[in-house]
Design a protein around this ligand. Structure first.
Ligand code: SF4
Length: 194
């Protein structure tokens, strides 16, 4: 009888132990899934709202390099009115800008300055390469010109042309806005501010 009792006790202890483990595992699972819900639903939705706000309030740095810059300036005037897309507030300080429009050829001498200005812009920030010269050197295939600004800074949108007109640049801004919205709430957007 004593043997049977101790066997029953041991069995009950084992059952209780199993119950305890199952409860702990269940609690851990609930915590994990709550985190997953937070990551996958709440932060994603919040990210979309932030992306929507960012795409509608682009502040380009005042930064012209060559003939393309004249077309870039025209983008903000009343005829083309980039204010319709929330991208008219050109800033003289890179610290207040989140968009660099590289409008023109980048000379080897200018490249370090361009990089410095880019580095001074706060995250998240974006770059539009405007025109053939900025994108690939254009007709200036020589030692003095950088053969594509993406050798110096990462480029998000390339606008082709020599020069691209203001409407082409606005199209580039719209494409950038689409990219911002597509990235919003994803790890790509988080990397930009990391
Ligand atoms: S792409 Fe054409 S317009 Fe633009 S900087 Fe080069 S030469 Fe000038």
């Amino acid at each position: 009888m004593g043997l049977v009792d101790s066997a029953v006790d041991a069995f009950e202890a084992e059952i209780n132990n199993l119950k305890l483990n199952a409860k702990e595992a269940l609690e851990a699972l609930e915590e994990e899934s709550a985190g997953a819900v937070y990551d996958s639903i709440l932060t994603t939705q919040l990210g979309k709202v932030v992306g929507w706000a960012q795409k509608n309030a682009l502040w380009p740095a005042t930064f012209g390099l060559a003939c393309c810059a004249i077309e870039m300036m025209a983008m903000a005037n009343s005829r083309w009115d980039s204010a319709r897309f929330g991208a008219e507030v050109f800033r003289a300080s890179p610290r207040q800008a989140d968009l660099m429009i590289v409008s023109g050829r980048v000379s080897q001498k200018m490249a370090p300055v361009l990089k410095l200005i880019y580095d001074q812009m706060p995250e998240p920030k974006w770059v539009i390469s405007m025109g053939a010269c900025a994108s690939c050197g254009g007709v200036f295939n020589n030692y003095a010109i950088v053969q594509g600004v993406d050798r110096v800074v990462p480029v998000d949108v390339y606008v082709p042309g020599c020069p691209p007109g203001p409407e082409a640049l606005i199209y580039g801004v719209i494409k950038l806005q689409e990219k911002i919205m597509n990235e919003a709430g994803t790890s790509a957007a988080k990397k930009r501010v990391a």
